[in-house]
Write a protein that binds this ligand. Sequence first.
Ligand code: AMP
Ligand code: ZN
Length: 494
Amino acid sequence: MALRLYNTLSAKVEEFQPLDHGRVRMYACGPTVYDYGHIGNFRTFVAVDLLCRFLRQSGYDVRYVMNITDVDDKIIRNSARDGVTVQRYTAKYEKAFLEDSATLNIEPPTFVRATEHIPEMADFIARLQEKGIAYRTDDGSYYFRIAKFPAYGKLSKKDFAGMEDGARVDVDEYEKDSARDFALWKAPKPGEASWDTSIGPGRPGWHIECSVMSMEKLGPSFDLHAGGEDLIFPHHENEIAQSEALTGKQFARFWFHVRFLLVEGEKMSKSLGNFFTIRDLVLKGHKPSSIRWLLASVPYRNQLNFTFDGLKSAASSVEKLRNFRFRLTSAQFPAGANPAMTQLAGETIERMKGALDDDLNTAQAQAAIFDMVRSANAALDRGEVRKDDAQPLLAVLDKLDEIFGVLKDDDQPKMKAILDWARAEGREKDISPELLEIAGSSQLSDGDVNQKMSKMEAARKARDFKTSDALRAELVSAGIIVENTKEGVRWRRK
Ligand code: AMP
Ligand code: ZN
């Protein structure tokens, strides 16, 4: 089966076929670097990361470009307010965005910065003007004449018939039903950053940035364009208008939009106190792997309601997977193979692929792996797992992790880095005892713990109780709970 994806443009689930055989060219609207990214932003970035990883796993050579919007209305306003240059203002948040993406194990796309493509944007606008699609106003701003692009509205399914020709809007984000000529280029205002270009001084509008950078990196027609659902109108509608009016070719073929995340059932907002950045959650003691697993757990077109209960259960899901892997790598099995296990592994691979092929149904893919873990754990308890079964079961976990990216043992150093950042920023009061416990006092990584556990077990089997007790004490003092269960010893963190 091939990948089937919902395409906002056709409003249907379609079979995904790239323009070039075996090669996918995709673009995602990246962050506007005027503040720290919140979990809603990262729901979208994680969803696009999952898509990209799955395309790669499916054998495609993927070229994935993401822009960094480092000039727009909000950035201009905030940098003028703080009396710093745009570059100075955005550098801090761009760095934070890259760090947060790494914290969530997002594989880095090819990044492009808006401020590094200003002359190209001016040229693009000049060419639209030559074609009579863009016009200049007396103050030196440029607008897109939407009456010249009859397909305007095809992505957002809005009917703009009867609109007033020449009515203009000069802000980047505007009302959902506003059919107005939109700004391509804004004339300089006192105290605002501006660039001298072939079309005069000023700065680009937000929409033109993405048209110019995506086509420069991926060509006039490419396979897929992604973003959060709020970008459908006006941002993506305007990108299509600018690009297709200029080239006469179809711009992006598939439009992939991620549904907005809610927090405890409500729209996230600073005034409601339910607004969280990735760093806020880590400061509360939550692991990056739990956050990623939770963000990935709901298929991208469904509503994801972020709750702290959900985050806790995500943590225990990841722990279950890691424990299962530990069990498979550390136990001694009798020689041979159990055909039921080989079959279970094969079926799980098929189920995971089938789920992800089905419009990236991450919930079903996660369910498939847990069914496998449940059955295999039961078989382990009954002593039915043989030496040659471990490898195929572990291979399923590896395949899962190529997409979900949560099994690598690296929460601790990441949390430690955020702890150090919080101290440097003077945010001591936000540091929870849970974070201190995980990142501060216990210096043991999961790998260290596993190694000590294996040594402890070996010592116990050799009846060297002095060594095994010493190792156990070491683990306990590092905040590790060692439990004896009927299938052997396991561990978890306090
Ligand atoms: P921004 O930095 O505001 O330009 O947003 C970056 C990305 O995050 C865009 O693709 C937005 O559509 C997306 N986004 C913003 N808020 C949310 C949310 N609550 N849920 C999901 N995606 C969001
Ligand atoms: Zn964009």
